[in-house]
Design a protein around this ligand. Sequence first.
Ligand code: FAD
Length: 518
Amino acid sequence: PRPLDVLNSTLDGTKQERERIPVGEAVVHWFKRDLRTHDNRALSMASAKAKSKGVPLVCMFIVSPQDYQAHFTSAPRVDFELRTLEVLKQDLAEKEIPLYVTTIEDRKAVPGHILQKCEEWGAKHIYCNIEYEVDELRRETKLVKSCMDKGISFTAVHDDVVVSPETLMTGAGKQYSVYSPWFRAWIKYVHEHPHVLDASEPPAANPGGTKESFNVIFGTPIPPAPENKKLTDEERTRFAHLWPAGEHEAHQRLTRFLNEKVGMYKETRNFPAEQSTGMLSVHLSAGTLAARTAVRSARDVNSTKKLDGGNIGIAGWISELAWRDFYKHVLAHWPYICMFKPFKYEYTNIEWEYDEGKFAAWCEGRTGFPIVDAAMRQLNHMGYMHNRCRMIVASFLAKDLLIDWRMGEKYFMEHLIDGDFASNNGGWGFSASTGVDPQPYFRIFNPLLQSEKFDERGAYIRKWVPELGGVEGKAIHDPYGRGAVKVAEKAGYPRPVVDHKVSRERTLAKYKEGLGRS
Ligand code: FAD
């Protein structure tokens, strides 16, 4: 059976078996990318189980350096998770719930370690939320089997998405691969099943007098980041300042955004200098905020009390959150996209170039295209980039430099604080035209026009490429082509690495050739 089916069966198929298993001396919740106490489905179920049996709830989180390596997780992201664990540990401690955090070097040893701990704690029930990446699905499937052998019940819950994968199917019973009809089905489903947006109860306080081994956990510090994911002191201070961790911060950001900005979201979301978007992606991807909470809160401030209609800013924001669900549905249904393959197999044979010099210029923000350079410098400094700019730089890498989009996808994961496999892979596939519901391959962004349209006055460019501060007027978009040669040269700003018109023609030819070979 498919891993997803095995995990689905832990919710329904094995329910009765689970009921027969005695509760033991504790119930375990295994935290992964759901680092919050509010509106957390599996945590809530684990707590209810523990409460009904009068035993304590024990929480755990495993730091897995090999998983970080496998997912190219960025050092700022690891740091964000560890800072979040500090907050979580404190919040849980207020309810007498211990949070056990340890580092397990060998990722294959993670399931065994969980079972060993359950044995030590006398726990017979494990709860967790499902992650949809293929390695994670397989790991959990293994754990289901090992748990059954040991008489332990294992419950994996859909929580990361608003609507569970494979709930929405086309008329022909197939998975959607086009966003618009999928989105219509998503809206309809949520309106017909409003309970999917209901919040889960936060965990109840543990009964007093817990075992000595649990008391030890309360006093254990959160482990440091793995050696190859450590930030320098300067970086640590910067990221802590830019991205305060934990679910309280997430809720405050959400409230501020809904009070102050969502109304104008539709008009302003594409302009990177405006700072008009939610900036909640890091919280959604680390699970300090549930997508469900975000959608529910937006719905509740909409005049229609629905996901659509009413305020166009709110409806627009919800439709962006839906993209997140869409890409996770795609990932859960077509796990091969985790294996460095394009979603559209007919784009497998494009002959990419692997020009190290051009790739380095792109990574470091010195391509000579100001909007591209500003965006890459924002990424390198903040671990974040505005969505419009993500599309511009992705298109530029694949279609101007003709560099394999997977190199860009990896670079993003290595630097984004909000790195999320499904959204990142989806975004890259869209821009490189190799993914699900992509931009047609012959639509190639002109970086200059994008710059003029979305950063008309050059405010974003001037912020991130300060050496161009002295360039006036429209020349900011293309200093060498628009008569600001002397200023740009004096500032040491590089000349463009390619001629857009020439590279556009070359790319069209290469895509056609590649398609011809498929
Ligand atoms: P808002 O505009 O406030 O949107 C609200 C939320 O909706 C976001 O936080 C995000 O969870 C979701 N969302 C918005 N747009 C998209 C989208 N296009 N696809 C999927 N979800 C979306 N998003 C990530 O969270 N992690 C990534 O690794 C990631 N990589 C990307 C790579 C490329 C090449 C592209 C084009 C997009 C990528 N995105 C990624 C999507 C999007 O750029 C970010 O989610 C968004 O910029 C985050 O800023 P925000 O929270 O202010 O978004």
